[in-house]
Ligand binder design. Sequence first.
Ligand code: PNS
Length: 167
Amino acid sequence: MTSASPLSTVRAVCPGSFDPFHLGHLDVVRRAAAVFAELVVLVLANPAKPGRFALAERVRLIEESLAAAGVSGARVVGAAGGLLVDHCRELGAGVVVKGVRGPLDLGYETPMAVRNRQMTGVETLFLPCAPELSHVSSSLVAELAALGGPYADLVPAPVAAALASRA
Ligand code: PNS
């Protein structure tokens, strides 16, 4: 006998800088959107990372990428700053979902997950990324694009077109 997952009533937030959005992100968003009642892809500025695409352009590229991939149940929201926990409160989301590529990502994400839970009780769930995409990162894609290397097999078509138009 099967029953609906308790998570299918929960609104979750998938945060990131997504600069640019790549196939590893798309895989995580697709899988999370299938688990939760509603998924908000929250595009946040990360002060520690250089901004490549403007926030509004990142939002548009993710919307186009999700539509092209037939991913439903996810909406995209951009925020120029602020604490993730405050955005979760405003969005009515009690769960954060993050993709992790391996131990390095887990080491980076865990302190933030712990602190976010301490601050407001919001829980973070980690999704292991698809192994065939574990080498893909926004910085790798951006470096390939900047140096004339191939990247079109690592990103959704709208992102590939946006990167190509900048070359
Ligand atoms: O894709 P990234 O760059 O790994 O995303 C990191 C991001 C933007 C999700 C993270 O830096 C974040 O949550 N920033 C919001 C600011 C915040 O809440 N900082 C305190 C964390 S305890």
